[in-house]
Design a protein around this ligand. Structure first.
Ligand code: AMP
Ligand code: MG
Length: 430
């Protein structure tokens, strides 16, 4: 096992009952190593991947000065002497150039994107110009008042040759695809996708299937579909192990098998200390537990550990808790393991429409927040009315998470509260 594969610096085992949110994030960012290898992919396959090597510009973009509009290019300093009256000595379409010098007091007909000939510096829009024929020759009247350099794009004005345009760890979005393509680069070095094993645990869980009717006490497994969707926002390949019964031996053998072939195992359910919860005991047998029990709501029993070289995250079974813990912790864990640059989600200060009395101190709470407007067009956030950690409806209605920090014990309606839009976690709006 090479050092590069070493997943976690495991000297940070904590002895606190409950880890605070900030402490958990600090451990994830400081202690989890980037383990993904690199590969070269074509630009066509690079969308959503993370760069492993910087991208430097081998040339100026654009390559030459060119016209920003259809019109007439001329030398600005000729304008007065020519009285705005120029002979049109050439016609240059996009993709074409003129080699010969343009004589004094002459202009060229030019089209958007065409190279502006040497010596000319200004382009008048065709809508403002009047072409004429005089003595059988084409002339154009150019209007006064244009600034030198108007409607001309400068060579290198987007990117200069030699500039490091993109850094390792950056996500390749559509904007980056355009930027890389504009440099003439067809292949990039990216981090290899992480291999994630996904499994749900619980005797009550049934596979969603119209032929599969529920008996009392049973629920359909909704976490697997939800977590798969969340994982698909990240650079991973997923093996779905489906549903495991609450059976210690089965859980243990499946985790052991999954650990051999994956970079991360993600489970939901069975992570508490109940007699039917076998995730923690199996992890303790097979590997190490790095953190367990967070001072947050929802999601207190979320657990991070490791089986050999494979990271392990045990999420709570309640769908809301599993969802919130994925966004808050699994996402940074995977980004960190991948070698991606991690940015703390941006928090916005938005006025709350609701009050809270008697919040427990010493834990951070994340509520489902729904954006709205007050009478003056200002932004407000309300919370999903019902509190249950099993209510998927609240996840669908919400625009993001309201974050109430540890110190707070109450909140007054009309005062600002911290709001994190789901887009900060890579999710699109409804
Ligand atoms: P657990 O964490 O196993 O104690 O489960 C907590 C709650 O979440 C229980 O009500 C479970 O039925 C529910 N739950 C656990 N796993 C899932 C799942 N995959 N899909 C939907 N609900 C689940
Ligand atoms: Mg369970």
């Amino acid at each position: 096992m090479s050092d590069a594969r070493k997943l976690l610096n495991d000297c940070f085992l904590h002895d606190k009952d409950r880890l605070r949110h900030d402490e958990a994030i600090a451990i994830i960012l400081d202690q989890i190593n980037a383990i993904a290898g690199t590969e070269i992919v074509s630009l066509e396959d690079a969308s959503g991947r993370y760069l492993a090597k910087a991208v430097k510009s081998p040339r100026d973009v654009p390559l030459t000065d060119n016209a920003a509009v259809d019109g007439y290019a001329y030398r600005h300093e000729d304008f007065e002497a020519a009285g705005g009256w120029f002979e049109v000595v050439d016609r240059i379409a996009a993709g074409h150039t003129r080699q010969a010098d343009v004589p004094k007091n002459a202009a060229v007909r030019i089209f958007t994107g065409a190279t502006v000939p040497d010596g000319l510096d200004t382009v008048a829009m065709q809508e403002d110009c009047e072409p004429h024929v005089q003595d059988g020759l084409p002339f154009v009247a150019i209007p006064p008042g244009l600034k030198a350099g108007a409607n001309r794009r400068k060579a290198g004005e987007d990117v200069l040759e030699g500039t490091t345009m993109l850094m390792p760890g950056e996500r390749i979005r559509p904007q980056e695809l355009a930027a890389i393509a504009s440099l003439g680069i067809a292949e990039v070095s990216v981090f290899k996708k992480l291999r994630v094993a996904l499994l749900a645990t619980g005797d009550e869980l049934q596979r969603p299937d119209s032929q599969n009717n529920l008996k009392p006490g049973q629920v359909y497994d909704s976490n697997s579909a939800m977590l798969k969707g969340l994982l698909e926002t990240l650079p991973v390949t997923i093996t779905n192990f489906g549903i495991l019964k609450d059976d210690a031996e089965l859980v243990e053998s499946t985790l052991s098998q999954a650990a051999a072939e994956h970079d991360l195992i993600l489970t939901s359910g069975g992570a508490s200390r109940g007699e039917e919860d076998h995730i923690i005991t199996s992890l303790d047998k097979l590997g190490k537990r790095h953190m367990w029990q967070l001072a947050i709501k929802p999601g207190r029993p979320m657990c991070l550990g490791q089986i050999d070289d494979c990271a392990f995250v045990g999420l709570p079974g309640n769908p809301v808790a599993a969802f919130v813990c994925f966004l808050l912790y699994v996402r940074p864990i995977l980004l960190r393991m991948h070698g991606a640059t991690y940015q703390e989600p941006v928090r916005y200060s938005v006025n709350a429409t609701f009050s809270i009395a008697n919040k427990k101190p010493d834990r951070r709470e994340f509520l489902r927040g729904i954006l709205g407007q007050d009478g003056n067009g200002g932004l407000t956030v309300s919370k999903f009315e019902r509190d249950g950690s099993g209510l998927i409806t609240g996840l669908r209605e919400a625009d993001g998470l309201i974050e109430i920090d540890e110190a707070a014990t109450s909140l007054q309606a009309g005062t600002p509260v911290s709001f994190i839009p789901f887009s900060q976690f890579g999710l699109l709006r409804h």
